[in-house]
Write a protein that binds this ligand. Structure first.
Ligand code: PEP
Ligand code: MG
Length: 540
């Protein structure tokens, strides 16, 4: 029995035979050509065929993994038309008088290397996409079928790396899990694995000799266990059976109340980043949206989203939630969320820099555009607004005066709006210390434990090297939450938790004892938190 460790990108247990996936290597030689015009036409035709294939792949992925995840293939299609990429391919064909296959492969590797060297984690994750699309074009040029994987029995797939198109094509009934040597938790491959709900590990160092051996993938601990002994195998079979039973029992909780055995109720809402996520929130029976990270609207766009674009988005979410509460957070840009067109200056400590409400209170034009859109949308549903990164009462007073101005302007223009509750994120130690005073200013608090943990423990949430000392259950964090709830209630503010800690079911009973009114978690975790609530007895 051997244990190999990787980074889990989706939890779960898989038991089965290992199959090492080796990509057919498509060797490309640098053939000289005399007629470069014809070669350029060949490349252009192959590019169009590849784009057609990607269109089909998009449709397949749409059915399998949903619109948001299928989008990667639309991005691939766009990358094929990228003027810099197209320019480089055609320049290589013309200047070096070489075949299209070589030029495409060369340009793909060149771009992929540039992406891999990027400081931006998202861009590094795109390196695999680039190689995937160039491999596709080279296959078309060489008259080969698109690369892929086929199996005759369900297997645990081992691969050096899996391109997004390979991941999306994996038939879930044949692939129990996959484990790769390369790939980051932020790569599209990992994102697609999560959408397919397949236990998967990346960054595992295994040898190709494992083909055909029996193994276990433990997506909880990040382990690949090769040739497990009888005892281990039996233990994992039991764990897997329990897990299956548990998952089936969760769906029976749909429509049930979030109530403890001794009768205490709590709201369980979902965190979303786009209109598309609303479907998953409803599917998992979320009682509302506890955090709509509106900055994703700005991150997806190449330029400022207009008031109308934002209004349509907020209105759609509010209407889809049909009267259930929708808490929308105003722009939380800066730090790890950078948008080119904001042209934010480089900072030494961006997490403690010009971000979130600090930008909004400085760039009132941007802030007012968003507030107008939010208030207009409030007419169509139950919208509440939450402001991020608050550190003082003074900030909240400024926000409220801008909100009053926006409401006055809308009224003067004859535009209707609804009743909107205002809240603040409690995610800085300053906000915790000032929570008693802040509670008098707002309707609710939403505790952002992700940032609150980073600022309380002085541990950068982006720095994985500090994972081993980042104690998310640190008494200081729990004390900060308790203080916030007590002070919030004293001042008449409801208190929810919308950071990742809200989904930690080992703390659910503690949160309820503290008096937390609402927990907002990823849509897929709503039912497991409901389950934890229903199993809690606060009288004991
Ligand atoms: C948080 O900080 O806990 C939070 C919910 O916001 P984000 O993770 O978007 O910073
Ligand atoms: Mg935050």
């Amino acid at each position: 029995m051997e244990r190999i460790y990787g980074k889990s990108v989706f939890a779960g247990i898989a038991i089965g035979k290992l199959a090492v996936y080796k990509k057919e290597t498509n060797s490309i030689s640098c053939e000289k050509v005399s007629d470069t015009d014809t070669e350029i036409k060949r490349w252009q035709a192959a590019k169009e065929t590849a784009k057609e294939q990607l269109k089909d792949l998009y449709q397949t992925a749409l059915a399998g993994v949903g619109r948001d995840n299928a989008k990667v293939f639309e991005v691939h299609r766009m990358m094929l038309d990228d003027p810099d990429f197209v320019g480089l391919v055609e320049d290589i064909i013309r200047s070096r008088e070489v075949c299209a296959e070589y030029a495409v492969a060369y340009a793909g590797e060149d771009f992929s290397r540039r992406f891999e060297a990027s400081e931006d984690e998202y861009m590094r994750g795109r390196a695999a996409d680039l190689l995937d699309i160039t491999d596709r074009v080279v296959r078309v040029l060489s008259g080969l079928a698109p690369g892929g994987f086929s199996a005759t029995e369900p297997v645990i797939l081992l691969a050096d790396d899996l391109a997004p198109s390979e991941t999306a094509r994996l038939d879930k009934s044949w692939v129990l899990s996959f484990v790769t040597r390369r790939g980051s938790a932020n790569s599209h491959t990992a994102i697609l694995a999560r959408a397919m709900s397949i236990p998967a590990l990346v960054g595992a160092d295994f040898s190709d000799e494992l083909d055909g051996k029996t193994a276990i993938v433990d997506g909880f601990s990040g382990e690949l266990i090769i040739e497990p002994d009888k005892e281990t195998l039996r233990a994992y079979e039991n764990k897997k059976a329990e897990l299956c039973k548990y998952e089936a029992s969760l769906s029976e909780l749909k429509g049930k109340e979030n109530i403890t055995l001794d009768g205490k109720k709590v709201d369980i809402y979902a965190n979303i980043g786009s209109v598309a996520d609303v479907a998953e929130a409803l599917e998992n029976d979320a009682g509302g949206i506890g955090l709509f990270r509106s900055e994703f609207l700005y991150l997806k766009s190449d330029t400022w989203p207009t008031e109308d674009e934002q209004f349509q988005t907020y209105r759609t979410v509010a209407e889809k939630m049909a009267g259930k509460k929708v808490i929308i957070r105003t722009l939380d840009i800066g730090a790890d969320k950078q948008v080119d067109y904001f042209k934010l200056a480089k900072e030494d400590n961006p997490a403690m820099g010009y971000r979130a409400i600090r930008i909004c209170l400085d760039r009132i034009d941007i802030f007012k555009t968003q507030l107008r859109a939010l208030y207009r949308a409030s007419y169509y549903g139950n919208i509440a607004i939450v402001f991020p990164m608050i550190i003082s009462v003074d900030e909240v007073k400024k926000i409220k005066s801008i909100v009053s101005e926006v409401k006055r302007e809308l009224t003067d223009q004859g535009i209707s709006y609804g009743q909107v509750e205002l809240g603040i994120m409690i995610e800085t130690p300053a906000a915790v210390w000032m929570s008693e005073e802040l509670a008098h200013e707002v309707d609710f608090f939403s505790i952002g434990t992700n940032d609150l943990t980073q600022y309380t423990l002085a541990i950068d949430r982006q720095n994985h090297a500090l994972d081993n000392i980042c104690d998310t259950h640190h008494p200081a964090i729990l004390k900060a939450i308790r203080t916030t709830v007590e002070n919030g209630h004293k001042g008449g503010a409801r208190v929810g938790i919308c950071g990742e800690l809200g989904a930690d079911t080992s703390l659910t009973a503690d949160f309820l004892r503290m008096g937390v009114d609402e927990l907002s978690v990823s849509p897929s975790l709503v039912l497991s938190v409901r389950d934890a609530v229903r199993k809690t007895d606060l009288s004991k």
